[in-house]
Design a binder for this molecule. Sequence first.
Ligand code: PMP
Length: 423
Amino acid sequence: MHQDIENTKAASRTTGVDSEKVRADFPILNRVINGHRLVYLDNAASSQKPTAVIDALTRYYTHTNANIHRGLHTLAEEATAAYERTREHTARFIGGVKQSEVIFTNGATEAINLVAATWGEDNVGEGDEILITEMEHHANLVPWVLLAQRKKAILRRIPLTSDGYLNLPEVSRLITDRTRLVAFTHMSNVLGTINPVKQLTEQAHLAGAAVLVDGAQAVPHLPVNVVDDGVDFYAFSSHKMLGPTGVGVLYGREELLEKMRPYNTGGEMIREVRFDGVTFNDLPHKFEAGTPNIAGVVAFDAALTYLENLGMESVRQHEIELTGYALNRLTEIPGLEVQGPVDPLGRGGVISFTDPKIHPHDISTLLDSRGIAIRAGHHCAQPLMKVMGKVATARASLYVYNGRDDIDALIEALMETRRYFGI
Ligand code: PMP
């Protein structure tokens, strides 16, 4: 047993992320749930927050709180500087884009809706095509279904292979001279599949189509460089990457953002308002109407710093190693069906599975009684569930504070669940 623990420690150290050390930075992980140490494996839904982020929130409200951009007093200037510092940091974090290309929203969902309601409204017409994939989260699906309906446009989708990848040979057939947009997830929140952003972007651009990438599951877990990948729009959320809820990011290429109409309207997004007309503020403020989630954005900076200190390459390495370990150990459970790619290099640490004899909701409830948090359901991907022939799956999703001991606890609890049901 002692040897096992030593092996686990050694394994997590070789990946560059020492999950045990990381765990000490997350106070919530000290909680005891139903008499057991909390094993948090619901990171695809939302991550936990390190002390640095919690402190940044408290510090902001204790020392700095004021509205931004408008005030001429010290607090307003400090709050504005802190808010804009996060923008500058975010711009660097995703590959060194211009600060004018980073728009704060309240989440990835709003970032995608912004593009649908502005760029989409003006660039997609009757008979045009929008290409998505079968593995989209509703956030990158519903806006396009509705836009297609409004515009009498056609929604096409890239199918999946039986092992959970995109069927890439199909893409050249599906992108046509009517394709206006290719919108796809960087990493699936159900299958874990990592999609080839650069390759798809090149194909889309060759046909004159724009590209929107849903990076909600990717930015927290992989090094992402939107400049290298050449995408037009990229959306993600702070709360899945150690930051506060209520903060999202839309990256958009300046040339496109400049031409786009505003999304929300009101204060801050204007340059001049008359009773008979309005001119708009410069980027990125044109897309940030009203008072934003200032405290959340300011504390998001601490999340970016935390991840940078770990190193995104190390975060990815840690997840490859831990995902491989989890996929391997899950094969020990008779009959269990794991979805998505089997190669940890082709996927992230989002692991969906089903037991032919136990409903995913029952699995989740029984795991909770052992202090293990996973998710069960359709994961906001109903069309994908249909493609997979499932109504729901159980989903364990990993992050930097998870170690092999968490996977071992999961496996043991899954075994016990089977015993509970007399299987
Ligand atoms: N896309 C994907 C792939 C997601 O997993 C999620 C969150 N579940 C979203 C978009 C939406 O993110 P949010 O709820 O933070 O707007």
